[in-house]
Design a protein around this ligand. Structure first.
Ligand SMILES: [Zn+2]
Length: 273
């Protein structure tokens, strides 16, 4: 029986009973709720890509975590906010309000079970806005310490990408296809990447606005790509994917362990003695 997938089974919370969970030490423990997506990833990657990336990298990070780090994992919330990809078949999206409501309800269960910390571990680019919003509201409502965390937005050093990939490579392009080639090559239709890799062309005179960057615009996939791909998957390699995965796993292990023992700072002005 394996419902835990790549998550170490000794950290999979659903294998415990209510009595077990009641008796767990919780002062320095965190519950991890993975949040991802089921959405189009171009003609060459499966729609489960974001979920797969999140689950496998989390599994690897937890394998490396010290045994005494109290990190518990819930089943993933595999559906996310993917309305940017709705025009393409194979996208199954929740609205922001549905996603928020589901996370609120799960967080309520985490708090009622006696835990104090909840990690919202995200692996889809469309979710961070919702998660940071929900995290603060859950904090206010339940008193939980909540950590919205996106695996590819952890302040890792930028890898070497050319300018085009840095400007446009957000989805099913070089870095993500490389990750899939490393994590699940049997699911990549590599022969279909040959016809991909065209990039959008910004109108003349646009200097400040970019797809990725501090000055941006709201976009839907079809605004920037007819194939659903943003970036150039022809340049992807499993080796590059391994490098990205290793960087993420190393940082994720350290970050999750720190979250499990995190305490709120002492508020300014309260230690004047
Ligand atoms: Zn993706």
């Amino acid at each position: 029986m394996n419902l835990h997938g790549p998550i170490p089974k000794e950290r999979y919370l659903p294998y415990l009973t209510t009595t077990d969970i009641e008796g767990l030490p919780k002062a320095d423990a965190a519950v991890i709720l993975p949040v991802a997506s089921i959405e189009q990833h171009g003609p060459h990657l499966p729609i489960v890509s974001d979920t797969l990336i999140g689950q496998v990298l989390l599994g690897r990070a937890l394998e490396r975590a010290p045994q005494n780090a109290r990190l518990w994992v819930l089943p993933p919330l595999v559906y996310g906010k993917s309305n940017e990809h709705r025009a393409f078949p194979g996208t199954f999206t929740l609205s922001a309000s549905t996603l928020s409501a589901v996370i609120h309800d799960i967080a309520d269960g985490v708090a009622r079970s006696g835990f104090r910390r909840l990690v919202l571990l995200n692996s889809h680019g469309g979710n961070p806005g919702v998660l940071s919003h929900v995290a603060r509201d859950v904090r206010e409502k339940t008193g939980l310490m909540v950590f919205p965390l996106t695996v590819f937005l952890m302040g890792l050093p930028d890898e070497e990408h050319d300018d085009d990939e840095a400007r446009w490579g957000t989805h099913a392009g070089e870095w993500e296809t490389s990750l899939l080639l490393h994590l699940a090559p049997e699911l990549v239709r590599a022969e279909r990447t040959e016809s991909l890799g065209q990039l959008p062309k910004m109108a003349d005179g646009i200097e400040h606005l970019t797809l990725r960057g501090p000055v941006t615009f709201a976009w839907l996939s079809q605004d920037v790509s007819t194939t659903g791909v943003m970036g150039d998957p022809r340049k992807s390699t499993a080796e590059r994917g391994r490098g990205t995965a290793d960087l993420i796993v190393e940082k994720l292990t350290a970050v999750l362990c720190e979250m499990a023992r995190f305490q709120m700072p002492i508020p300014a002005g309260s230690d004047q003695s």
